[in-house]
Design a binder for this molecule. Structure first.
Ligand code: AMP
Length: 450
């Protein structure tokens, strides 16, 4: 749908055009008219669907329509992470560039005083993480008594991160007469309860069926023993010449360790997770975006909301505990129509967890075995308790529909450009095989759609 027909002010249409947006995404087409009417909204939308503009454009429109003088906060966006807060703020600034509205972002991990000063000068739109906002409320540095619009962005993730008490506390401090917009990738029972408690007769908006993955993304699963994952990853990055790959691990410790190991394999890498300072996170993200580092190793929570344009590769080094996280992870590839590749390295113990992912995404994820990495660990079919048997990597019954896109970028060099520098023990035989097989090893490797 064209933006012109949505009823937005000319300043906003100009800004949208300057962003290069040609048509409204489904979530925008459905949300913008309803938000403009002043209704409460409960929308299911994942990162990458254009949800920020879906709430920001009509909110800016409504604020611009009334001529209240600058003063206490008029619209508040709550986000789970600092990175997402900063991105939403960037978008609000871009969209509102021709409007006389002020905005600010506040989050923890940085000095609070400049944030207090900014609030004193008057802010129309405030983007905040819940913890820092509570801090500001306790210091009486913020006046939310005249708030007109509240937006809960990625509400499911805020609850996953334990922000429910903070959110309830914030909500109770807000005027009852307001518009509330709740955006969430999934609608759990807790989210629905939150909506029942704090939204008034919300319009429910759903776009793509929840938990479906974007078709433009090629997905594949590679069975491999846990102990071989790191070596396989270094080899894949090197032999396919992947320049920008986002790697997910389950734990912060795992992220640190893997980033160090990749570095020792000659793949420039950095870890990003909640224990890193804001400065370190921003630096790592900047280096990744500029191409100075090839691999960014992240935990789910730290990576949430990262907006990295043209990210072609996502690797699930660990299969997520919660299958929905798979959808969030791979949602970062294939944005705005670009296609991407999401590879999951599945060890025997993760077999059951990955089967849960397969059930959730409802898209066939082909399995590809890589020569030299056929697993030997038994498969655990359950998502909970291990059950032996099965063995191996599911060879046989190839249906010829593997994920050939894995080698789109390969230049056929075979050997990793910089990986393997560490000369690890145990790897020479396998490396020899891989090097000579190289790309063909991938291409002709036995694939079967599991
Ligand atoms: P979001 O889901 O808000 O994180 O947006 C994901 C990406 O899509 C951002 O880079 C936006 O700039 C971009 N985007 C948002 N709306 C549109 C649109 N209508 N057309 C093209 N790109 C868009």
């Amino acid at each position: 749908m064209n933006f012109d027909s949505l009823g937005l002010r000319a300043e906003l249409l100009r800004a949208v055009q300057a962003q290069g947006y040609e048509t409204a995404t489904p979530i925008q087409a459905k949300s913008i008219p309803v938000v403009l009417e002043g209704r409460d909204v409960m929308a299911s939308a994942q990162t990458g669907t254009g949800k920020t503009a879906a709430f920001a454009l009509p909110t800016l429109h409504r604020l611009a329509e009334s001529t209240r003088p600058r003063g206490p906060v008029r619209a508040l966006v709550l986000t789970p992470t600092r990175e997402l807060a900063a991105q939403v703020h960037d978008n609000v600034r871009d969209y509102g560039r021709d409007l006389k509205l002020s905005s600010a972002v506040v989050f923890g991990g940085v000095n609070i005083n400049p944030q207090i000063d900014k609030l004193k000068r008057g802010v129309d739109v405030l983007i905040a993480t819940p913890g820092r906002l509570i801090d500001l409320m306790q210091r009486r540095s913020i006046d939310l008594g005249r708030l007109e619009v509240l937006i809960l962005d990625e509400a499911d993730r805020m609850l996953d991160m334990g922000f429910l008490p903070a959110i309830q506390r914030i909500l109770k401090a807000l005027p009852k007469q307001r518009q509330t917009l709740l955006f969430s990738a999934t609608f759990s029972r807790e989210i629905t309860q939150l909506a029942q408690q704090f939204l008034q007769d919300p319009v429910r908006i759903e776009t793509a069926p929840p938990n479906s993955t974007v078709e433009a993304i090629a997905q594949k699963a590679i069975p491999v023993d846990q102990a071989k994952k790191r070596e396989l990853l270094s080899w894949m990055i090197g032999s396919n010449d992947w320049r920008q790959v986002l790697v997910f691990t389950r734990t912060k410790h795992g992220a640190n360790r893997l980033a160090k190991q990749l570095e020792s394999d000659g793949v420039s890498a950095a870890a990003i997770h909640g224990n890193k300072s804001q400065g370190a996170r921003t630096r790592a993200l900047g280096e990744f975006k500029s191409g100075r580092i090839r691999a960014l190793v992240a935990t789910d929570i730290a990576a949430r909301g990262l907006d990295i344009e043209q990210l072609p590769h996502v690797v699930n080094y660990d299969i997520p505990e919660v299958p929905e996280d798979y959808v969030h992870r791979i949602g970062r590839t294939g944005r705005a129509g670009r296609d991407g590749l999401a590879v999951s390295l599945v060890c025997g113990a993760e077999h059951g967890k990955f089967e849960a992912v397969r059930k959730l995404v409802k898209v066939e994820i082909p399995t590809e075995t890589i020569e030299g990495y056929t697993p030997t660990e038994p498969l655990n079919h359950s998502t909970k308790s291990p059950r032996g048997g099965g063995g191996g990597g599911g060879r046989g019954r190839g249906r010829g529909q593997g994920g050939p896109s894995g080698n789109r970028n390969a230049r056929g060099r075979g050997a990793p450009r910089s990986a393997n520098g560490g000369g690890r023990a145990n790897s020479s035989r396998r490396n020899d095989g891989k090097r000579s097989g190289g790309r063909n090893g991938n291409r002709n490797g036995n694939r079967n759609a599991a």
